[in-house]
Design a protein around this ligand. Structure first.
Ligand SMILES: Nc1nc2c(ncn2[C@@H]2O[C@H](COP(=O)(O)OP(=O)(O)OP(=O)(O)O)[C@@H](O)[C@H]2O)c(=O)[nH]1
Ligand SMILES: [Mg+2]
Length: 303
């Protein structure tokens, strides 16, 4: 683990309102897709770990569910997962979106300004904000308590513009520490969980209104059939009977489209052909049921 002279390492928690681009930023920072992304708020439901290793050190990033008011047991789990990421954090990255910094973002930014930790405020999505908007946002963070931040950094997680600067700012602030993870490890999520998340991502991309929020994916079996083929069985849970037909779509076309897209991503991930078998099941109100939450992996790791 340790013993490398002058090796720097630490944990950096990424926090902010839903949909501001935290997961996109995590993927950009580690250079691989470890977290799913969608245009729907509350995509991330658990903390997602991504490791960035370089010759002189390592930063372990923790992407988190967007900070908001919990409306059900899943929401409560998500909020505690976000706040748990602060335990043992060596730095925090607060994310807001350029041109869309609202009172709820400011409340979060002000709250974290008090934390005695290195902290960077990221203004994401510069690629779709005019220069004047970025300048105005920057200006608005000049005064106390925002001056408690080590830096206010506009960037685009999508194009990668400014991401290197963020890496540098964080790395400089990391303490001396051990190599927490092997250099070739980029996430701690097991394969079956990455597959479940990719299926959920494709479902989120295609579904609308309240349906995507009530989707849960459970990968039941990952079976290597031969050196070139893996079979995966997964259940897509919906929380109301009426949603099942929407996820199946006319003549099953929606499910087929979700499955095809997910399979392509999973094939890339596993570097093999994949046969993906998906079933849609109704679990009434699963977001409020402790046993269903546990089945889907939404349970506290500790305590
Ligand atoms: N134009 C632009 N869009 C971005 C950028 N970063 C993220 N997005 C988009 O913003 C949406 C939300 O991105 P996510 O990374 O899922 O946001 P998040 O903060 O992780 O959201 P939650 O997990 O719901 O809290 C997606 O549609 C992304 O493609 C960016 O730099 N520029
Ligand atoms: Mg996210």
């Amino acid at each position: 683990m340790s013993g490398d002279g002058g090796y720097r390492s630490g944990f950096a928690a990424i926090l902010g309102r839903p949909n501001v681009g935290k997961s996109t930023l995590l993927n950009a920072l580690v250079g691989e897709k470890v977290a799913i992304v969608s245009d729907k708020p509350q995509t991330t439901r658990s903390r997602v770990l991504g490791v960035m290793s370089m010759p002189g050190g390592q930063i372990v990033f923790l992407d988190t569910p967007g900070l908001t008011q919990a409306r059900n047991k899943l929401g409560e789990y998500m909020q505690s997962a976000a706040y748990d990421s602060l335990t043992g954090a060596d730095a925090i990255v607060i994310v807001a979106a350029c041109g869309a910094v609202g009172p709820k973002d400011r409340a979060i930014i002000e709250k974290f300004a008090k934390r005695k930790l290195p902290k960077i405020l990221v203004l994401n999505k510069t690629d779709c904000a005019p220069r004047e908007t970025i300048a105005r946002d920057l200006q608005s963070f000049n005064a106390p308590p925002y001056d408690q931040y080590d830096a206010v950094l506009p960037l685009s997680a999508m194009t990668g513009d400014g991401v290197d600067t963020l890496r540098g700012l964080l790395f400089e602030r990391m303490p001396e520490g051990p190599r927490y993870f092997p250099d070739d490890m980029i996430t701690d999520q097991p394969e079956y969980m990455l597959c479940a998340e990719l299926i959920r991502e494709k479902a989120l991309a295609r579904l609308r209104e309240e349906v995507p929020h009530g989707i849960g994916v459970e990968v039941q079996r990952v079976e290597k059939i031969s050196s070139g083929l893996t079979e995966i069985h997964a259940n897509i849970y919906v929380e109301r009977a009426a949603h099942k037909g929407i996820v199946l779509g006319k003549h099953g076309r929606m499910l087929q489209a979700i499955g095809t897209q997910a399979r392509l991503d999973i094939e890339k991930l596993l570097a093999t052909h994949v046969s993906l078998q998906l079933w849609v099941k109704v679990r009434e109100d699963w977001r409020n049921r402790a046993d269903d939450l546990r089945t889907l992996g939404y349970a506290r790791e500790r305590g």
